[in-house]
Design a protein around this ligand. Sequence first.
Ligand code: MN
Length: 524
Amino acid sequence: MRFEKWGIALFGRESRFAEKIRIFDTTLRDGEQTPGVSLTPEKKVLIARKLDELGVDIIEAGFAAASEGERKAIKLITKEKIRAEICSFARGLKDDIDAALKCDVDSVFLVIPASDIQIRSKLQKNREEVLRMVEESVEYAKAHGLIVEFGPEDSTRSDMSFLKQMIKTALSAGADRITPPDTVGILTPERAYQFFSELKTAFPGTVFGVHCHDDFGLAVANTLAALMAGATIAHVTINGLGERAGNAALEEVVIALKLQYNVDIPIRTELLYETSLLVSRLTGVPTQPNKAIIGENAFTHESGIHTHAILVDPSSYEPIPPEIVGRVRRIVVGKHAGIHGIRAALMEMGINPTEEHLKEIFRRVKELGDKGKRVTDADLKAIAEAVMGIPSAQPIRLEELTVITGNRVTPTASVKLNVNNRVIVEAATGVGPVDAAMNAIRKAVSAIEPIHLEEYHVKAITGGTDAVVEVIVRLRKGDRIITAMGVHEDIVMASVNAMMSGINVLVDNRSRMSQNSKIVEQDF
Ligand code: MN
């Protein structure tokens, strides 16, 4: 694939990255410590397999001493045929290291507090006792054949001379790598650069890793600065998951290294998006739409000025070609849409308007947008059909819907759909009446086309229990994603209407596959 390498030098000419930078993924440990997230062993295995396929070097699979379930998960992962090194988190305790050993991991990320605040609050020990703890636990882990990555916790708030003493102790006890975490995310890029430069000078030849948190939104920038100062391992998580504001995001660090700094890093970037979706689905943490690289809007264009230029040459408004991260460009209609964008969106639906018709469609789209209404793909299709006088294609019609719900009944729905004059009857259960109805429709339609519900939003337009409800769905068939809306006083019917109108856009035979993701030659 062809892309620009921007090559911006932030820290002067003398700074350069090491030839080999390793990716240490901690989605399954620090990422799992995201508030509200808890992964079953089976889910952890699915993510570990995907991370291995993606090409990360080290997978921190969990914290073996945390629970029985955690040990089960790590054991399952070490039994998998995974190329990456498998690591467990451990504190400076014999029991923690024993728990990691029982799970048959390759390495431990051995973390012991370095800052006086944490030494006092967490350990109630003095500095000498902490140094002894470092020595004993590193020696113990090494004596049992583990690779030891030592992490002096909260290192960025520690006294530098004590931190160096701690690192020296860990190295003489046999530690293989040193990763001083920025536990509370207080570094800035220039401080990160200075901090790692100082450590590299004090311990030449030592392998350093960087572990940043995003409390100030600087985790990725700090990680890059540390790597530039000579660290060679980047601790990252998919989607930037992690405690509080999260960790440095794998996808951002990797793409910045590759495209901005031209660092060769053997990550299969074309798998980034599907990895992100998998992690988001399994953790239940949605990704903000404007998130770099993997956010829903990262490759979506609405503004008319932009879409026109993009249709001529994508690189005019796209610094990253979507294909290299496994995505496709999307052009959506709306208040800011231009006539070219609307034509492109219609062409994707297999609708080819005349200039005259296009002008009128454009006018009506703007009118809707000015009323503050979100213009979905289904709306655009309906407008075009009305303007062009073509019969509205509704290959799938809802003939009957019955939903049962209550306190002693499993919410159940049955549907009768008319699909090109063929009748399909299906039933399904769900967590509630809406879920049951959507499941029944999907089941019936999947006999013809596999359609996935990617997003579901509901909004009450007025107050009260008789409010008009607006439901917006985002549906996917293959790599094509469309939006549709349903409006009704009954939330079940609003949901079903949105679903039906979206499905009809996706299954319409006039639709052609996306024409906007031209594959360009690969040089990367
Ligand atoms: Mn952390």
